[in-house]
Design a binder for this molecule. Structure first.
Ligand code: GDP
Length: 300
């Protein structure tokens, strides 16, 4: 994965230097933590996340577990690994399904973040598991959004619910509600509601998404974030958290050459788990997110 490439190399280099030492002096630990800190900042990881991460690693690396270790350098690598898993959310979090179908999954995010593509990927993945997802086109802002979701639905082999021309056009809340009623009538056990995205966070967009959330009471609200957005990730994520109180995160475009900062910051600053990683333009390029596997990829 190109994402994290430079970060990975720099951490590997840091650990290589560390391994040349036997016992670690406080100065060795400080030097190592400083290098890790710089590597994370250069990878666009949010400052608040880096600070907390560095403080934890430093505290543990100066403590007894390293002092007593047969191989202190290896022990520090282990600590970095554990703390990386922690900022990525700790345990894997799976999608939650409603006790009584349909499960309603609402998508939110900036325009271009990969929301519509993700809607198709998720529908395809769930259909493979025996579900009968319905895609609801509640993005009525962009002229071609409904058309794009229709194409994605076709490729995913999923049914789409879109407003009839002239019937409720322009009212995404109504379309979302009608979509759920349609799902109940036609035995769709999952409803994926694609909402409008704008180029920047804006109040009107947020209110619209919040209105849809209030009206349909989704089981999951997934915030799709483009891994490439770098330092803007934190503010965008916080704005969406405040606006729609999302329940989970989807990292998209992890196949790109992002430096990884967004991926490494978003779970930590919002306290919401990353549930999926989107890794390409094809509809099969979707993976369940595993914090431990992601940490290993970074440290490999
Ligand atoms: P939306 O505006 O949020 O609905 O975003 P789209 O789903 O239309 O995606 C915007 C662009 O990003 C499209 O060209 C997609 O093909 C592309 N895209 C979406 N997800 C991924 C991904 O995981 N990897 C890559 N490389 N491209 C993606």
């Amino acid at each position: 994965m190109a994402t994290f490439g430079t970060l990975s190399e720099r951490l590997t280099e840091t650990f290589r230097n560390l391994r040349t030492k036997g016992k670690l002096s406080p100065a060795d630990v400080d030097g190592t933590v400083r290098e890790i800190r710089r590597a994370l900042l250069d990878a666009d990881v949010a400052l608040e996340v880096v600070k907390e991460f560095a403080a934890k690693v430093r505290e543990r690396a100066l403590g007894d577990e390293v002092n007593r270790a047969l191989n202190p350098a290896q022990q520090v690598v282990q600590i970095v690994n554990e703390e990386l898993i922690a900022i990525l959310g700790g345990e894997q979090r799976r999608l939650e399904f409603a006790k009584t179908p349909p499960t309603v999954i609402m998508l939110a995010g900036l325009q271009g973040s990969g929301k519509t593509t993700f809607a198709g990927k998720l529908a395809k993945m769930l259909a493979k598991d025996g579900h009968t997802p319905l895609l609801v086109a509640a993005d009525l802002q962009r002229p071609n959004a409904v058309g794009q979701l229709t194409v994605v639905a076709e490729r995913a082999g999923a049914t789409i619910f879109a407003p009839e021309p002239g019937n409720g056009v322009g009212d995404p809340v109504r379309v979302s509600r009608d979509g759920i009623e349609f799902a109940k009538r036609h035995q769709h056990d999952i409803v994926i509601v694609d909402t409008a995205g704008r180029l920047g966070v804006d109040a009107e967009l947020m209110k619209q998404a919040a209105d849809i959330r209030a009206a349909v009471q989704p089981d999951e609200v997934l915030f799709v974030i483009d891994s490439m957005i770098g330092q803007d990730a934190v503010n965008t994520a916080k704005a969406f958290q405040e606006g729609v109180d999302f329940t989970g995160v989807v990292l998209s475009k992890l196949d790109g050459d992002a430096r990884g900062g967004a991926a490494l910051s978003v779970a930590s600053v919002t306290g919401r788990p990353i549930i999926f990683a989107s890794t390409g333009e094809g509809l099969d390029d979707l993976e369940a997110f595993h914090p431990d596997r992601m940490a290993s990829r970074i440290l490999d």
